[in-house]
Design a protein around this ligand. Structure first.
Ligand code: MG
Length: 281
């Protein structure tokens, strides 16, 4: 427990009062509590933003849940839902968009998109989440711009993080690898060479809809591409569907949870090691 001297407390209180002269966001919310200990001495406790500071009693302040990280960097931690780990069982977590068997291929523990087979989607539905996915464009780069190693990761089956071979392959920035398609270009281009494995780590908070489909909260995305930050808590103003040459759709209310989708854009893009952790909204 924290025991503070009166001198320390008066310093904190006076500092708080001084900072409080500015605005409410420039200072923590501090509350003090005094109790007598067993020897009849005053003990001072402090609450900052509603948290009892340095409290070790789990009945008052619960401990964070223990999650065991993988012994291999990038692999699923103990509380993740594994969507694809190379096994036939995990490949069966994916269907075509009608819930039928997908024509995508499972080759040596790798999932590969097949031209004209259509998108695939998870059997399970998800809302806000942390998602890890690894992908590789074809080793031999064919085509230019959007025609080279194109696929896509769709959160809630609706919001696309572009997958594209953007190694020395210029295209419109809002459509390059890691773009929120048609809406937000990535901060930087951290693409690896064609054929090399690449990762996306995504923190996604779903949009929240109220009465009559009114948007109460927009979706936000944080994305790391090969460990490099490319979307920094970006807020999306609508869906990312392609229409004409643009992605101009606004939000349309949808269920709180929907499948994750991966795009067949006609190029054989490969996938491995996909896992997800559900988050609070
Ligand atoms: Mg795409």
């Amino acid at each position: 427990m924290l025991k503070l001297t009166l001198a320390t407390l008066s310093f904190i209180v006076s500092t708080t009062l001084f900072v409080g002269a500015h605005d409410e966001f420039s200072k923590p919310d501090i509350k003090l509590e005094t109790k007598l200990d067993a020897k009849g001495k005053n003990v001072y406790y402090m609450y900052i933003d509603g948290i009892k500071v340095h409290e070790t009693n789990p009945a008052i302040q619960s401990q964070p849940v223990v999650v065991t990280p993988s012994s291999v960097v990038g692999k699923a931690p103990s509380d993740a839902i594994v969507l694809f780990d190379g096994s036939p069982e995990s490949f069966a977590n994916w269907t075509d968009t009608k819930g039928g068997t997908t024509k995508w291929k499972l080759i040596d523990g790798i999932m590969e998109s097949v031209k004209k087979a259509g998108y695939i989607q998870t059997k399970q539905s998800f809302g806000s989440c942390q998602l890890h996915i690894e992908w590789a464009s074809p080793k031999i780069a064919k085509g230019d711009g959007q025609k080279r190693g194109n696929s896509g990761l769709f959160l809630q089956g609706t919001y696309e993080i572009q997958i594209l071979d953007c190694y020395e392959n210029p295209t419109y920035p809002d459509g390059q690898a890691g773009a929120l398609y048609g809406r937000k270009k990535p901060l930087v281009n951290s693409c690896r060479k064609p054929g090399e494995w690449q990762s996306y780590d995504v923190i996604f908070h779903r949009p929240i809809f109220g009465d009559k489909g009114k948007v109460i909260k927009r979706a936000t995305f944080t994305v790391l591409h090969n460990g490099v930050l490319i979307q920094d808590h970006e807020e999306l103003s609508g869906a990312t569907h392609w229409r004409g040459p643009h992605a101009v759709h606004g939000y349309a209310a949808h269920p709180d949870k929907l499948p994750i989708k991966l795009q067949d854009h006609g190029n054989p893009v490969r996938f491995r090691n996909i896992w997800i952790r559900e988050l609070e909204d």
